[in-house]
Design a binder for this molecule. Structure first.
Ligand code: ATP
Ligand code: MG
Length: 418
């Protein structure tokens, strides 16, 4: 993609009312645009990052037999009433509206009820199970606090997955299988070492749920961790009883600030009992389905990556989600020989399947480099009159600042090796 054609421009300042570092940087770099507090549009560069995060999540959910679908944003009042969750005093994040034709609708803040209800059409016998379905949905939540940029939106993208099993053993096996699948996602995003499967508040059916908490100063959670023992406990459930159950003492735990990037819930047969979602077991008896739900905050993750890896010059993307692998920056654009040469390098990168953002703009070197640092592609490749004469390219690794001088042959060998 040519930067000269990209409609977004970098900005020196973020909106005065934007207090979160992630949103400030993403707005300044042109990845997102702020509509209002907690509501952000994703622009071409931001959408590329979002899609890459989704693709990683998609691959790992497919690997554990998840089937992708998409539910609706408008939801039925009667359905949520049937499980006792329509009331604002029970669920405090509802956006609701009225239909002109009469009646009320809710805007999807979660999809357990609609998915469970829909599954009644497809689950009749134990032979239909197990099933796991997931979606990437824009959730709408009337959050009280929206000061964390894209880490807490009133409109945000979540991957939510739901499992349906015939018995406790297959249900628990699936629940357990989601933990390594989730960890693979976080490893691929470069935050595996700082992300912990964390004991958190359970529900009607279980003592604990599990959250995936990533160390992040901008996070809203407090987690107590012990890396050696692989134990992490959300402050909310840090009680004597929890410590005894997990056979650990308070002294062995370190307090850290974290962001919840995902969570998994075991509903047992409770949710299906509430919904009336049953199947006939092999004796022909109606049995409530065993259900679990599994969330990942896609847009929150994008914010966490910015918060964790950015430096004083701007964003630093992990290679796995960067909008482009290479930022090709040409200087001395008043010299046709130089620009022709850079065009050739751009074409070669594209031929070789390397994703390139090509800064072909007629601007000063200082401005181009500052923009490049702000945008945060993993590698910057510089072409200039002087470099052309010496037959070399300057390659800068964004994360470390390491500078290498490579010949054309070395350059392409380097970027096509994987
Ligand atoms: P939190 O405790 O942060 O409010 P939650 O427990 O309500 O989140 P879920 O409803 O289970 O979370 O959502 C699943 C995942 O979606 C969370 O783990 C988080 O990563 C993400 N998420 C939740 N709320 C938001 C939000 N308002 N903005 C962005 N991401 C969110
Ligand atoms: Mg939570």
């Amino acid at each position: 993609m040519r930067q000269s054609k990209l409609f977004t421009k970098t900005r020196k300042e973020a909106p005065a009312d934007e207090v979160a570092k992630n949103a400030q940087l993403l707005i300044r770099a042109g990845y997102i645009s702020k509509e209002m507090a907690g509501v952000y549009a994703y622009l071409p560069l931001g959408l590329r990052v979002q899609e890459k995060i989704k693709q990683i999540v998609r691959e790992e959910m497919n690997a554990i037999d998840g089937q992708e679908l998409i539910m609706t944003a408008l939801q039925k009042k009667e359905l949520w009433e049937s499980t006792g969750r329509w009331d604002d005093s029970v669920v405090d994040v509802w956006f609701k509206s009225t239909l002109k034709a009469g009646g009320e609708v809710g805007f999807g803040w979660s999809h357990e009820e609609p998915i469970g209800e829909m599954m009644k059409n497809y689950i009749t016998s134990y032979k239909d199970l197990p099933i796991s379905v997931y979606q990437f949905q824009t959730k709408l939540r009337n959050e009280m606090r929206a000061k964390s940029g894209i880490m807490r939106g009133r409109e945000f993208i979540m991957k939510d997955m739901y499992s349906f099993c015939a018995d406790e053993a297959s249900h628990m096996a699936y629940y357990e299988a989601t933990k390594p699948a989730y960890m693979k996602v976080f490893e691929r995003l470069g935050i595996g070492g700082d992300t912990f499967v964390t004991f958190a508040a359970g529900g009607a059916f279980t003592k604990f749920s599990h959250e995936f908490q990533t160390i992040c100063v901008a996070g809203e959670d407090v987690t107590f961790i012990n890396r050696e023992k692989g134990i992490a406990i959300n402050e909310e459930v840090l009680t004597e009883e929890t410590l005894t159950t997990l056979q650990i003492t308070r002294d062995e735990l370190t307090k850290v600030t974290t962001a919840e990037v995902g969570n998994i819930f075991n509903f047992g047969q409770q949710k299906a009992t509430d919904l009336g979602l049953t199947f006939k077991n092999n004796e022909g008896e109606d049995t409530p389905v065993w259900m679990g739900s599994y969330g990942i905050g896609v847009t929150r993750l994008m914010g966490v990556l910015v918060e964790k890896f950015a430096d004083d010059k701007g964003i630093v993307w992990p290679a796995s989600v960067a909008p482009f692998a290479v930022h090709l920056v040409v200087l001395n654009t008043d010299d046709a020989d130089v620009t022709d040469y850079a065009e050739g390098i751009h074409a070669s990168f594209k031929d070789k399947g390397v994703e390139v953002l090509f800064d072909d703009r007629d601007a000063r070197a200082g401005e181009k480099f500052a923009d490049s640092d702000l945008l945060g592609m993993p590698y910057r490749v510089v072409v200039s009159k002087k470099l052309k004469e010496s037959g070399q390219f300057e390659v800068v690794t964004r994360a470390t600042g390491e500078v290498r001088m490579l010949t054309e042959e070395e350059l392409f060998a380097d970027f096509t090796k994987e």
